[in-house]
Design a protein around this ligand. Sequence first.
Ligand code: DAH
Length: 331
Amino acid sequence: MPPEAPALDAILSEARAAIQHAATAQQLTEVRAGFLGRRGTLAAKLRNIGQLPPETRGAAGQAANEAKETIERLVEKRRRELEQAKLRHNLEERRMDVTLPGAAAARGHLHPVSRIEAEMCAFFNGLGYSVEDGPEVESDWNNFGALNFPDDHPARDLQDTFFVEGGERVLRTHTSPVQIRAMTRLEPPFRFIVPGRVYRHDHDPTHYPMFHQLEGFCVGADVSFGDLKGTLYAFARHLFGQQAKLRFRAHYFPFTEPSAEMDVRRGSGAWLEWGGCGMIHPTVLRNCEIDPSLWQGFAFGMALDRAAMIRFGIPNIQLLFEGDQRVLEQF
Ligand code: DAH
């Protein structure tokens, strides 16, 4: 037996133990270098072979090479084991429950004013009303004149009205000018609503320079004030529930006669001013070439934003238009 043989065996069994003991790929690489590297145990052994007597050199060299291959094989085997173990561990650790609901993408939703508007349109569509539209920059005639405002009416005052184009036109102060636009186009009988933006020189917790109104208009041979009240009651109950109450107060509008202002109250809440209404003034019909001896009807106009405020309990109209996500996300 050459003197190196037991030493090689010892190296092998030491290597086997060290390789099996390696717990990570990094440790395994270090163990391998410790035995097979240039300064490793086996390299030292191989260097000694040169000094052996020629007759034992061949066998010793072969034994050392075999030992080297054995160690390489053991390292490879251990490397695969460690990889498998790591894979298993990862599968266990990061187990994925595919039945869990996914992370939902943030979804947008309608603005509360748009929501109320859509609801209002749906309600009136059900009563046979069409939806009419008009521009926000209006002529003085459509916004005031045709609606029977006298030339010196205070509503034309700079306080309320935004004049544009050098005073030639106005930002419509109400949706009523669309009455004129629609009436000159339609043949009676007809009924329509007009949701839209209007503008006034006003800014406080309940007023904003831009707000929304809903205009309603119904013309027929025998449309009465009773029809008006019935329609508005049904509407208020639809929007605010069966407990909703309406109150009519005599008022003046140039385009209706008689005229009333209406207040709405939800349950036991406070009365809130909601809009105006009345029987269409004959002059307005005549201005649109409709014969008031054949046709009559009612009109109403209400603050759409106020309905949204009542419905959603919003205390300040400005909250509706500031675009603050913290507010909007609550709907
Ligand atoms: N246009 C009125 C306003 O802005 C509201 C209004 C009152 C409209 C009576 C109507 C009506 O159609 O009949 O204050």
